[in-house]
Design a protein. Sequence first.
Length: 257
Amino acid sequence: MIHPTAIIDPTAEIAKGVEIGPYSVIEKGVSIGEGTKVGPHVIVREGTQIGKGCQVFQFSSIGEAPQAFAYRGEKTSLLVGDYNIVRENVTLHRGTVMGGGKTTIGSHNYFMAYSHVAHDCHIGNHVVLANGATLAGHILIENYAIIGGLSAIHQFCRVGTHAFVSGLTGVSLDIPPYMLASGSRAKLFGLNTVGLKRHQFSEVSMRALKKVYRIIFRSGLTLEKALEKVKEDEISQGPEVQHLIHFIQQSKRGISR
């Protein structure tokens, strides 16, 4: 299960059924959960915890020091959940003290080749980063979001649940939940209809979200006035609309439109 050329610090916690390939390096204090497979030529740095059932492919760098000028070698961490797939040459960096000290990744996520997660990012569950997708520091990605290939997201941005960011997109403002975004500077192009249907959203929910989209993003009203109009409508009572409203109200960088 563990190749004889792998270098594993004796303090690392390696659970039952873990596979570690040739020439991989597991540093001190690392924890790897049951059944996880680490391919050849992978490095897992100090401060990293990986859950069970994950797959880490060759040449990936897991838990490396953050690319932050303020970082001075402090002990920080990368926490990875269960059943994540990390393809070739993926880089996942641990946190910084100023950002809370942790980069966190949930479960059942798919990181395609050459994708990058920077320091202090927080990624939910069932998220996809396509090939070459790049997250700067301090980014929040909610559950079921999909980030297209060769896209780039500015630090401190948020991407809402079930949102779809198309390939080659530059994201500098928050992407609201359930929306489709595209462009060199991301703009919204309606609901992520295909994704919502795949996850069996009801017709009632989708009609409500479409109506809210038109009010907030296509009516010409200011954001404040649009939100007031939505709250006055009975459609605002649904959980999806409530989450969308809350997401917009909590924005610090501003909302893509």
